[in-house]
Design a binder for this molecule. Structure first.
Ligand SMILES: O=C(O)CCC(=O)C(=O)O
Length: 267
């Protein structure tokens, strides 16, 4: 099966979402979004964009200095430059599911792949909202490229805490004393499955203690009524990174949730 929007499309892809669970918990899984040739096609595409050189005003490539040297840790803003991924992210089932969760039509806000190679770093407890300043409400979906497990650093989330912004520390993350009072639940996601979560759902992840990468796409959508804000988001990220102080060097996002070390001159 070639993974075009048409061939992955089920009659009503949104029918598979447990909306009540999302409203209650702030996250919900959708199993078996891709399998077989569709999943293999996605893996091919992810390998293609991982191999792109550092973007010069286009995509973002972020690297990580790990125990095995420098490895790719994140690619962002690839949809304008990859037709297959653009079609999958901006048409058909994924924006339809986002629209069902938002309660109105949705448009892609940002997209990234986190590669989390063996030894790849953890992410500190955070909510995404402080990192997405152009828009008050988002929904994101993790599309697992490899099985995400407790060993390789799957997401851990907090149920029912997606209605408000928690306190933030100087990194834009949830302070340790607040985080330790929350009930974290690990959410393994099999390859090809989805995990949708709200922009205010607290989440974190551990390092990759396995010998294999744990790759995942993270696709974020906002209400289309608020506008197509992708370009504004990436212009803001680029400008912020250009004037980032030495104290913030090492970030791969507008917030300092990434716990790894980036090589000098990254981004
Ligand atoms: O990929 C992970 O392990 C966590 C990613 C995450 O929370 C983020 O990129 O905001």
């Amino acid at each position: 099966m070639a993974m075009t929007a048409g061939s992955t499309q089920k009659p009503d892809p949104t029918a598979e979402i447990d909306l009540d669970a999302f409203v209650r918990d702030g996250f919900v899984g959708v199993p078996n979004f891709l399998s077989g040739a569709g999943l293999e096609q996605l893996r091919t595409w992810v390998c293609e964009i991982e191999a792109w050189p550092p973007g010069e005003g286009t995509w973002f490539q972020h690297d990580e200095l790990g125990e095995r040297g420098v490895v790719r840790t994140r690619t962002e803003n690839f949809s304008p430059h990859h037709a297959g991924l653009r079609q999958m992210l901006t048409t058909g089932a994924l924006p339809q599911m986002a629209g069902r969760l938002l309660g109105e039509p949705a448009v892609l806000y940002k997209e990234k792949v986190n590669y989390k190679y063996p030894g790849g770093a953890a992410f500190a407890p955070h909510q995404d909202a402080p990192a997405y300043p152009q828009v008050p409400v988002t929904v994101s979906c993790l599309l697992a490229v490899d099985d995400a497990t407790t060993e390789n650093g799957c997401l851990e989330l907090v149920a029912g805490r997606h209605h408000a912004l928690l306190p933030t520390n100087g990194e834009g993350c949830i302070p340790a004393d607040v985080a330790e009072r929350l009930s974290w639940v690990a959410m393994p996601v099999p390859a090809g499955s989805l995990l949708w979560f709200h922009g205010h759902t607290p989440h974190r992840s551990g390092p990759n203690r396995s010998p294999h990468p744990r790759r995942a796409l993270y696709l974020t959508y906002n209400a289309a009524a608020l506008g197509d804000l992708r370009e504004a988001y990436y212009a803001h990220k680029r400008a912020t990174f250009a004037k980032m102080s030495a104290a913030n060097a090492g970030r791969i996002s507008l917030i300092g949730h990434f716990q790894g070390t980036t090589p000098p001159g990254d981004a």
